[in-house]
Design a protein around this ligand. Structure first.
Ligand SMILES: [Zn+2]
Length: 258
């Protein structure tokens, strides 16, 4: 063996050793950061003991939310596992410089009153929409942020076109769905109709959550009343997110009045 190859062997072994040490240091720092109360819950769904992170946003995530982040694209969020991946110094610095609470003060600054924050018990579909609105559309960043990419949501628009069907009736019907007060949703054939086709009482609601594609329709959600279950399909994910939130808000207000 030549001197050169011995030298290069020594160098590469010591480099590998340095990288390992470097990595171990970073792992220790990350473990310490995860023990901070600010980071004990997933930044997006509140699940305990997150073990993943978005290294550019500087937040810790549970495995489910990390999977959702991964689909948003690396220009929005870059996901790494605290335990399985090796981290660059700069990435550790980013998560060190922020924490989940601080990050949410920015990303959730513009949430409407009574907002029903999705949590870990909700469907993947709802969490996907929440995370997309939050980071890709920047729907809730502070009001004074000036960014052409911001897509706000209109929670005050409490009516709109949807497709509706019961779980028994097989066909979808296009309906104009509208809140009347906080305790009923009425559905009409046309927005100008005086007489509705029917109504959904928001008292004592059970499940209000997104469901995956039903009979060729996307952006579906379910509303369970004590008597019936309704399936509603929206034009897009943002509309679905707003409907689910507004119905949950109304239902929670009715519950609080009891
Ligand atoms: Zn989560």
């Amino acid at each position: 063996m030549s001197v050169a190859s011995i030298t290069s062997g020594v160098t590469s072994t010591s480099t590998a050793h340095n990288i390992r040490e470097f990595d171990n240091n970073n792992k220790e720092i990350l473990k310490r950061l995860l023990k901070l109360p600010e980071n004990e819950n997933c930044a997006d769904c509140g699940a305990l003991e997150p073990q993943w992170a978005s290294v550019n946003l500087g937040i810790f995530l549970c495995i489910v939310c990390a999977g959702i982040h991964r689909h948003l694209g690396v220009d929005v969020t870059r996901v790494k596992s605290v335990n399985l991946d090796s981290w660059k110094d700069s990435e550790v610095e980013t998560v060190k410089a922020t924490n989940n609470i601080k990050a949410n003060e920015y990303w959730e600054s513009y949430l409407p009153d009574n907002f029903q924050r999705p949590n870990y018990t909700d469907s993947i579909g709802l969490k996907e929409q929440w995370i997309k609105c939050k980071y890709a559309d920047k729907a809730f960043v502070p009001i004074d942020v000036n960014d052409p990419k911001i897509k706000r949501l209109n929670f005050n628009e409490r009516q709109g076109w949807v497709y509706k069907k019961g779980l028994v009736v097989k066909s979808w019907k296009k309906r104009w769905l509208k809140f009347v007060g906080d305790d009923h949703l009425y559905y009409f054939k046309n927005p100008s109709d005086k007489n509705s086709c029917g109504s959904i009482s928001l008292k004592d609601l059970g499940q209000i959550d997104s469901v995956s594609e039903v009979d060729g329709k996307s952006f579906c959600f379910i509303v369970s009343t004590p008597k019936r279950r309704y399936l509603i399909s929206c034009e897009n994910g943002a509309d679905m997110f707003v409907w689910i939130n507004n119905i949950r808000v109304a239902s929670a207000l009715l519950y609080a009045k009891k």
